[in-house]
Design a protein around this ligand. Structure first.
Ligand code: NAD
Length: 371
């Protein structure tokens, strides 16, 4: 296991854990768990997202686990519908039926949606079962698998019920990215670009200079990028595990406008596509408000098409709809909203702006970014 990369996450309050990153090493996962999760394990429950249930990496993972422990597998539906009370209850019933104890390990194999519901159940069953995350999308590898946030959706509200509960190990095998649709790769890249612009400009250089290799899924380039991105997320989780300080707000860069576009697009755009457009609009907003170096905005406009991400708001989404959605943003406090801004590459600040002034500036800026 010598060519594996390892990033240690040390959250503000919870115990540290490793994120192990490499290619084609799932046949060794039981040894890795024994090495990193130094606890007694009586059985293992593997929760697997449908599209990765019957692929060879998952089979290698299962073989490795079942050689060492009694292993039970449950298939979980694909995508956002997995983040429901109904699916959470089914997982709880499954854990009960197989006689899960406090020594049972939950291994969650899938994208961010699976990780969120699995993490939620692992955090509440018997007041907490040990959890290993095996993210299978680029977005989950660089974002959702690190930091301990989990949630299910209810009342048509995303992530409304959840906890913060850290895994004991995260295992990232990029072999899973071989089967990921190109649009999902680009979507994950938007969050990676976000880390680059806000925290570590080295990421921006890799995306700008090696974009062809990235889209061809060259292993070394992907491993470099994922490692750097995971380090950024780990840094934030170390400083602000529970969102008690403003610093974690930087993860919302591009998301104020991005979420508004996502809500208005009704599923036509992916989350990452909306975040990319959101970063472009918000960087221009930053320029207009006098915080952002215009080079940052230019760079984002230049980089988006290189990784097949859109840079313009679709014509059918009206500016008023976007502004209306921002009025209901979660990050709103009374008549003000917290907005992360990038000053120069890798240098950010969280500012508080009056909603009225944000709306006024957006009415000036947004028309420049419509298709
Ligand atoms: N907890 C957090 O901190 C956090 C952070 C960001 C996002 N999220 C959540 O993550 C979710 C989005 O994550 P996602 O983009 O991974 O979505 P996802 O889990 O829905 O996966 C995207 C699609 O790819 C499929 N898929 C997964 N792995 C695959 C593979 N290897 N090959 C082919 N297809 C595969 C999935 O079945 C799904 O259809 C959202 O629910 C979001 O709220 C959570």
């Amino acid at each position: 296991m010598s060519n594996l990369r390892e990033v240690v996450v040390s959250p503000t309050y919870s115990p540290s854990y490793s994120v192990v990153i490499g290619r084609d090493f799932l046949c060794e996962i039981s040894g890795l768990i024994e090495d990193k999760v130094r606890t007694n394990i009586d059985k293992v429950v593997v929760l697997v997202q449908e599209p990765v249930l019957n692929v060879s990496p998952t089979r290698r993972l299962m073989d490795s686990l079942s050689e060492r422990w009694r292993t039970y597998t449950m298939k979980v539906p694909s995508g956002e519908q997995a983040k429901s009370l109904d699916v959470a209850l089914k997982i709880i019933e499954f854990l009960h039926d197989i006689g899960a104890t406090r020594s049972t390990l939950v291994v969650a194999v899938g994208g961010g949606a699976l990780g969120d519901v699995a993490g939620f159940v692992a955090s509440i069953y018997l007041r907490g079962l040990k959890l290993v995350l095996v993210p299978t999308t680029l977005l989950a590898m660089v974002d959702s698998a690190i930091g301990g946030k989990n949630a299910i959706n209810m009342f048509n509200i995303k992530n409304v019920v959840g906890t913060i509960y850290q895994p004991v190990l995260v295992v990232e095998d990029i072999v899973y990215l071989d089967t990921l649709p190109p649009r999902e790769i680009s979507s994950g890249l938007a969050e990676i670009i976000k880390y680059g612009v806000t925290i570590n400009p080295a990421i921006v250089s890799i995306v700008r200079d090696r974009h062809t290799k990235i889209l061809e899924r060259d292993s070394d380039t992907l491993l470099d990028l994922i490692e750097l991105a995971v380090k950024c997320k780990a840094w934030i989780v170390h400083l602000d595990e529970r969102e008690e300080r403003d610093v974690r707000q930087i993860l919302n860069y591009g998301h104020t406008v991005g979420h508004a576009i996502e809500a208005a697009a009704m599923g036509k755009l992916t989350h990452g596509e909306c975040v990319m457009i959101g970063m472009i609009v918000e960087s221009d907003l930053g320029v207009e408000l006098g915080y952002t170096n215009p080079e940052v905005h230019k760079l984002l406009v230049d980089i988006a098409p290189r990784v097949n991400l859109p840079s313009k708001v679709p014509r059918e989404i009206s500016i008023e709809t976007i502004i209306e959605k921002i009025r209901h943003d979660k990050k709103r406090y009374g008549d003000e909203i917290k907005l992360p801004v990038v000053k120069n590459l890798g240098e950010f600040e969280i500012i508080t702006v009056k909603l009225t002034s944000l709306e006024r500036t957006l009415r000036e800026v947004l028309p420049r970014h419509v298709e």
